[in-house]
Design a protein around this ligand. Sequence first.
Ligand code: SAM
Length: 415
Amino acid sequence: MEENQLMESGVSELNSNAFFIDPVRILNRSYTRFRVSPSTYYSRFFDSLNSAQSPKASEDSRKGKRKRKKKIQSLNEREQIADRRHQEVKPFLLKAHEALLEATDLLKVLRNLRNDGCSVGECKELSQESSELSFMELGGVWQAPLCEIVLNYQQDDKTFQNGGFPLAQSIEQKVTPVFNNLVANEGSYDIEAELFNHKYIIPKRSCFYMSDMQQIDSLIPAGSDCGFNLIVIDPPWENGSARQKVRYPTLPNRYFLSLPVKQLCHTSGALVALWVTNREKLRDFVENDLFPKWGVTYAASFYWLKVKANGMLTGELDLFHHRPYECLLLGYCDGKDTHSGNSTRLNPIPDNRVFISVPGDYSRKPPIGELLLDYVPGSMPARCVELFAREMIAGWTSWGNEPLHFQDSRYFVSK
Ligand code: SAM
């Protein structure tokens, strides 16, 4: 039955603490007129070789590699701590992965996620445009304050009748600065937007603020009860390894100390979810410097386990610097009302929860924000923000220097 759950919601429970997710289906909840294109989302890990190979065959080849790798170099002190952390979480990851490999019907669905719902020729790719706009370059020029985005609101919103076809169509345009400005689509339908001959799809009830970190204070709410109850943060951490390819600028850790997390927090408090790499130096910095500075108290860790289209892990679990999983640290930030007795009782966050999915583009995280809503303080609907976002989600504010990146129409098909 796991495959039915997946088809309906994009989330399938493998066991009480492990879930398989299809980010495309989850993201599609934000759209009415368009759909996220599975073939552009799943740009990797679906090549014919790895999807044709059976889980058993690739497991055997991994065992071979593991044998070769056994003569492991000695680890320094920090690496030993990282290894202990890894050994602690490994049983949860293995159990989750085993549950996926046992779900044979789900594995069949998984293999086809890239072609999902689109028979050849049925889905119309929206964009033939091969280049993407570089928002970082655009935002850095002196003309940036003059750059405007055109939002096209279709007036047929209420006239989708006669089997879904609009009776008449008129477009109302709104033109507004694209940088250092809160740009919102408050309607219940997604809309198309234009910027320098590029098209972007803006989800229903969503907004973005595109700026450098120096302007992030503009997001701090004027009214004290207008803060956010859920704050997801995926910082551009420095990599450490010069060899690793980076597609965006990174910042030294100390810069993130100045993120105004406390000020962004709602008076009834916030759940803060921070993506971290597996490097021990970073984990140490987050625990001892960053969370205390932000006023965040650690609560639990979730893991994102990455698999290929054939269900196998994207890399060896024990390979030191290239683990096939990433960690989301969860903590609470108190708001002014947190201790006043007005706050609602929260569900306890389960520790070591595992989400499995096939990764999308480089460094793109699965949209698990809404799977955190059960643990968010304050009244519903929660006010949610993603910091350093590269995409938009219905009901969320997306902030970063390129929140429109994955909104480019090349990532969508029309329904
Ligand atoms: N969560 C994103 C996703 O799933 O696609 C990935 C975020 S990526 C790790 C970090 C983002 O921070 C990149 O989009 C990068 O351009 C942005 N960034 C880097 N330096 C920045 C700065 N000074 N101000 C604002 N954003 C910045």
